[in-house]
Design a protein around this ligand. Structure first.
Ligand SMILES: [Zn+2]
Length: 168
């Protein structure tokens, strides 16, 4: 008999945008909402062990709380995942983030050897993956993850829009 996991894996292979991918981006959106409730720019990130789809770490933006300009959701999620895996490289891991990573985070994603990057909303002003510096295309970038943008971007865009509207 086919196990539930086998069934999920065959479902995953059957369509590009799998159940798991939706699930992980949903989790990233949930923690992004939680960041907004703390007054932080609502961005959430999840690191997943790709082959098993197991969540390794979850983080949201904590720049103000930690008084740390590098405390973006992606940076915190990568640091935690490295700790959990006891490895400075996250070779089989994928990162889900609700906003296109900035150049700093894109570089960290490359340094961490992340396998796949999934992001929700594009960031024309601050993004560094498909906008601005386009970090992964730079000569100095030695690892380029597979990039999937515009994954469930609608809810992330509204979250960011509402957040900045309230603060104006
Ligand atoms: Zn960043």
């Amino acid at each position: 008999m086919q196990s539930l996991l086998d069934l999920f894996i065959s479902l995953k292979q059957a369509n590009n945008m799998s159940l798991f991918e939706n699930m992980h981006m949903n989790l990233a959106l949930e923690v992004a909402k939680e960041a907004a409730s703390r007054g932080e720019v609502p961005v959430g990130a999840v690191v997943v062990h790709g082959p098993t789809d197991k969540v390794v770490s979850v983080a949201s933006n904590r720049v103000m709380e930690l008084k740390d300009p590098t405390a973006h959701a992606e940076m915190l999620a990568i640091r935690e995942a490295c700790k959990v895996q006891n490895n400075e490289r996250l070779l089989e891991c994928d990162l889900y983030v609700t906003l296109e990573p900035c150049p700093m985070c894109a570089q960290a994603i490359s340094f961490a050897r992340i396998r796949r990057l999934y992001y929700a909303a594009e960031d024309k002003k601050g993004g560094g993956v498909d906008n601005g510096a386009i970090v992964f295309n730079a000569k100095s970038c030695h690892h380029k993850p597979e990039v999937y943008g515009d994954i469930m971007s609608g809810p992330s865009q509204s979250l960011l829009k509402d957040f900045f509207k309230e603060r104006r």
